[in-house]
Design a protein around this ligand. Structure first.
Ligand code: SAH
Length: 513
């Protein structure tokens, strides 16, 4: 059986701009052959969704010449197709816009290998849009030309008629043209374009590190050089650039241009990362903590005797997940807890319970162990009860001691521990020591420990710390770090908000003031 090669556009960078079709194929294919310009985050996500997928990095530059490299890629695609694989050939932007996707399609057609083409969002449109520049606008630009800057106008063999483009009067979107920009600008002006025509260069469009430089067709090249913008850059030339003053939006987000560190355990970092990214931040992730399961025997025994308990208490989603695992391994489900009352520490834990068919009886307003005790004090059915506390190793004693004070018998059953994960901390140490980190977020006391272990006590104090709540703030102080800000309530959104208030631009579009 012959395979299929999908020539897929990955979009310009922001993983949210991937098409639904691309995402489905990435999640189900046998192999991915990725370009240098496809965002590595997209490939990481595909590996997570599709474990075992074979990834060929064909984006490496240098070495053999460009055409030899393209030929090797064509051969690889043909080979994978002949091996019967479903292959995603992932290319930055749209595969057929200066992407050589059509050359690959020709090679596949010639070899008789089945292929499909999945268009993507091209950088020339998307980088402009993220810079607040529409490529057409009624009454301003009625046409747009995508043109490659690879063609040096100074060379005799150039195929592009720059004078004709200058006369056409529409928007010009230049790909791959940072180095040739001075000569292209000169050719356009020589061809009759007004030297005052607005122009903008957008580097790393749609990524949080996007940078935009604005000038005129005559001044832009110098400005780009002065600001040190290098590939990948999209250059837009035309009156539409002027609209950016009013409709720029991405670079007005409160955390745009800010680097914020996330220190949560990697399994849970996603929601905080997403909250910070939606505020415009560039997120550096320290997988500070790994969740390590402990011997499940103690929990299994406790579950065998579940009828002896009146209450089951959870202070983390992880504990819920491990309890559920133990139930399932024993062929049980939520019904096994029937008749028990359940208390948990906050909304994330209660959501994890609800997802498994268990609605917590107690979720405190204050998401710390003390809050659980306060909430339990409001009830008449706690005093003298038997309590199963499914916990992390080394959890604070506040809860078991407080329950004991209320005459309860408490069995603390640790089901997991958190361990620091050194991987990736080198890059973070560099960023901290060179002052390129604007804030570090802490969503748990154990994240504080993990961060200090990973980067060392001295570097851990370099950037402002934002804490999710009082317990985490105490842990920071204990580590010699003064919290610069604390979330108004212990939720991921409040933590992201506190970060924006601390380091965000005061005049941002969504000023949080
Ligand atoms: N097929 C791609 C273009 C590949 S050519 C597409 O449709 O977008 C490579 C050029 O694309 C780069 O030199 C740059 O000009 C542009 N480019 C790609 N991604 C970009 C990005 N995120 N920001 C700015 N320019 C980008």
């Amino acid at each position: 059986m012959s395979g299929v090669v999908y020539l897929v556009g990955a979009g310009p960078g922001d993983p949210g701009l991937l098409t639904v079709r691309a995402q489905q194929l990435l999640a189900t294919c046998d192999a991915i052959a990725a370009d240098a310009l496809a965002n590595p985050e997209i490939i990481e996500a595909a590996r997570a969704d599709n474990p075992g997928v074979e990834v060929h990095d064909v984006g490496k530059r240098g070495g053999s010449g460009e055409s030899a490299r393209q030929e090797a890629i064509n051969d690889l695609l043909v080979q994978l197709g002949r091996d019967g694989k479903r292959v995603v050939r992932l290319k930055g932007g749209d595969p057929l816009v200066f992407g050589r996707g059509s050359e690959e399609a020709l090679a596949l057609a010639e070899a008789g290998v089945q292929f499909e083409i999945v268009p993507g969002v091209t950088a020339g449109v998307a980088a402009a849009a993220y810079a607040g520049i529409p490529v057409t606008h009624r009454g301003v630009a009625t046409s747009v030309t995508f043109v490659t800057g690879h063609e040096d106008p100074a060379k005799a063999e150039t195929q592009t008629d720059w004078a004709a483009l200058a006369r056409a009067g529409g928007t010009i979107v230049l790909y791959m043209g940072v180095k040739t920009l001075p000569r292209i600008a000169a050719a356009l002006v020589a061809g009759g374009m007004s030297p005052d025509t607005p122009a903008a260069a957008v580097q790393w469009g749609t990524y949080p590190r996007q940078r935009t430089v604005v000038g005129t067709v005559t001044t832009l090249a110098d400005a780009v050089e002065r600001e040190g913008l290098g590939a990948p850059v999209i250059t837009v030339i035309g009156t539409v650039v002027g609209l950016r003053d009013e409709i720029s939006w991405y670079d007005r987000k409160p955390l745009f241009g800010k680097r914020v560190v996330v220190t949560r355990a990697s399994a849970q970092a996603g929601s905080l990362r997403a909250a910070l990214a939606s505020l415009g931040a560039e997120v550096l992730e320290l997988p500070a903590l790994r969740v390590v399961p402990l011997d499940p025997e103690a929990l299994r025994e406790a579950l065998d005797r579940i009828a002896e308990y009146d209450w089951v208490v959870f202070t983390s989603q992880n504990a819920v997940a491990f309890l559920w695992q133990s139930l399932r391994v024993a062929g049980r489900d939520a019904r096994w807890l029937a008749g028990r009352k359940i208390a948990c520490v906050g909304p994330a834990t209660s959501d994890a319970l609800l997802a498994r068919g268990l609605d917590a009886d107690v979720v405190p307003g204050r998401f710390v162990a003390e809050g659980v005790l306060e909430a339990l004090d409001e009830r008449a059915d706690v005093k003298g009860c038997r309590v199963l506390y499914v916990a992390a190793e080394g959890a604070r004693d506040v809860l078991p001691e407080g329950l004991a004070d209320r005459g309860c018998t408490v069995d603390v059953v640790p089901v997991y521990r958190t361990a620091s994960d050194g991987a990736g901390s080198g890059a973070l140490r560099d960023a901290l020591s060179s002052g390129r980190v604007d804030a570090v977020t802490f969503a748990s006391a154990s994240a504080v420990r993990g961060f200090v272990e990973a980067v060392g006590a001295e570097l851990a104090r370099r950037a402002p710390a934002v804490s999710i709540g009082p317990t985490t703030s105490d842990a920071l102080r204990a580590a010699g770090i003064t919290p610069a800000s604390e979330a108004s309530e212990s939720t991921i959104d409040a933590l992201a908000d506190a970060t924006a208030r601390l380091v965000g631009a005061p005049d941002s579009q969504w000023s949080t003031a």
